[in-house]
Write a protein that binds this ligand. Structure first.
Ligand SMILES: [Zn+2]
Length: 457
């Protein structure tokens, strides 16, 4: 390139020199007259003057271009460096968030906000920084501002849901979750948290619709969906009964039992309604089917009620029939022990308690043993020994939440501790029910996090 240009210059210089020599060898004069002015010169001088004029004009034009264009170019360079500094602040801010340093993050967020004209990015950083610093209003403001940006709206809603839950504003959290669900009904956390929130406020029908969308979009497995639907129908059945629609209540309970006879709450609901409807035979059939899958003391006492038997010895026979459907389960032994005890059959009661005890008798077994000793009048020492053993005995089956492990006195559809729906199981601590695995997908109050990649605290 440079060589070519040098050669061209060289050729141009030779041509110009030859031209000048040619002109000098051929002198000729030019005369111009204008309003009394007169110009006498040679052709050579005139031609050189024209050349100089052209060169000056070109130089002038280039100078003008440089002067006019410079501020723009300078501004552009300045803007570029501003953007670069802005992104650097943003990166440092995000690093501070990841390191859990809220003060540092907020400092960088403020700088990035001044330098960058990308509110969506800086808002996210500001929101996270505010959250780390415990600045609720700041976080809410940033999350709310994110709603205006189409791409950030979903993230903003997630932040607002977590914020509302922490503030204990359930209605607001539900409204945000509904909006998030409309935006992205295929996102698992949206489906799970909206479902739980609707269940928490008793919107059973709406919860069922959410569940059905979740099953359709494969966010909820078919098996889990089936159980949850059954438990929702149990609640809808209670609602129908309260509203004076007994036939609807019964139909819903029957539907639920067809879906999940392995859930104690479902079996119990249908049996109770059948008993209320004056059909104890059907109620007993329902309990027998449920007992074979999942026995529970409430089902045993309901079975005795349905049998209409009042004589203690005959009641033992009734319980024996039920226990025979699931003979190895501890609940069968305990139910038979209790019935035998009530009938004064001490030996029978001891035999069943022995079977229930295994190598390490639980609290319930120890208490019943103490009762046997007391009623048989074998002496206060034996009673006391069993009672003190009961205090240290391993815990019995109880209603425990599969999501958070909380213990509840009785069955309830929503866990009072973590707000998850349908997670209570009749089980011993440390063992999960055979029916549902531990629920790791439910979004609860404490694990709500803005950033899905950050582990819950
Ligand atoms: Zn729970």
């Amino acid at each position: 390139m440079t060589i070519l240009r040098t050669i061209l210059w060289f050729v141009f210089a030779i041509v110009a020199m030859l031209g000048a020599v040619w002109l000098a060898e051929r002198p000729g004069s030019v005369t111009a007259e204008f309003r009394g002015w007169r110009l006498d010169t040679s052709v050579g001088v005139l031609m050189i003057s024209v050349l100089v004029l052209i060169l000056v004009s070109v130089g002038g034009w280039l100078l003008y271009r440089w002067i006019v264009g410079a501020p723009g170019a300078m501004l552009e360079g300045w803007g570029e460096s501003r953007r670069r500094r802005g992104y650097r602040e943003l990166t440092q801010g995000l690093a501070a968030v990841a390191a859990g340093d809220g003060v540092e993050a907020q400092k960088h967020a403020r700088k990035a906000e001044q330098l960058l004209s990308e509110p969506a990015l800086t808002l996210l950083l500001s929101a996270q920084a505010a959250q780390l610093n415990g600045d609720r209003d700041g976080a809410r403001r940033a999350f709310t501002a994110m709603l205006d940006d189409e791409q950030m709206a979903f993230l903003g809603l997630r932040g607002l849901i977590g914020q509302s839950l922490r503030d204990g504003d359930q209605a607001q959290a539900l409204a945000h979750a509904e909006r998030a669900f409309r935006l992205r009904p295929q996102t698992p956390w949206v489906v799970h948290s909206l479902f739980d929130m609707q269940a928490q406020v008793g919107q059973w029908r709406a919860a069922q619709e959410t569940l059905e969308t979740g099953i359709r979009r494969k966010v909820v497995t078919a098996d889990k969906g089936r159980t949850l639907k059954a438990l929702l129908e149990v609640e809808r059945s209670r609602e129908a009964e309260r509203e004076g629609r007994p036939s609807d209540a019964l139909a819903l309970a029957r539907d639920a039992f067809a879906l999940a006879p392995e859930r104690i709450a479902v079996t119990r609901r249908l049996a109770e309604l059948q008993l209320t409807a004056g059909d104890p035979k059907k109620a007993m059939k329902t309990i027998e089917r449920g007992w074979a899958l999942a026995p529970h003391p409430d089902l045993a006492s309901l079975y005795l009620d349905a049998s209409g038997e009042t004589e203690a010895l005959k009641r033992v026979g009734v319980v024996r029939r039920l226990a025979g459907l699931n003979p190895s389960d501890i609940e069968s032994h305990l139910a038979l022990a209790q019935a035998s005890l009530d009938a004064g059959l001490w030996g029978e009661a001891r035999r069943h308690l022995d079977s229930a005890a295994g190598s390490n008798p639980s609290t319930r077994v120890c208490r019943l043993m103490a009762e046997v000793e007391e009623r048989e009048q074998t002496g206060p020492d034996k009673v006391r020994a069993w009672l003190s053993r009961a205090a240290d005995a391993p815990a019995d089956r109880a209603w425990r939440c599969n999501a958070c492990g909380a213990h509840h006195e009785g069955w309830r559809p929503v866990c009072e501790s973590c707000g998850a729906f349908g997670t209570l199981q009749w089980r011993a601590p440390g063992t999960y029910g055979q029916i549902l695995p531990p629920d790791d997908t439910a979004v609860n109050k404490t694990t709500m996090q803005l950033s899905p990649s950050l582990p819950p605290p």
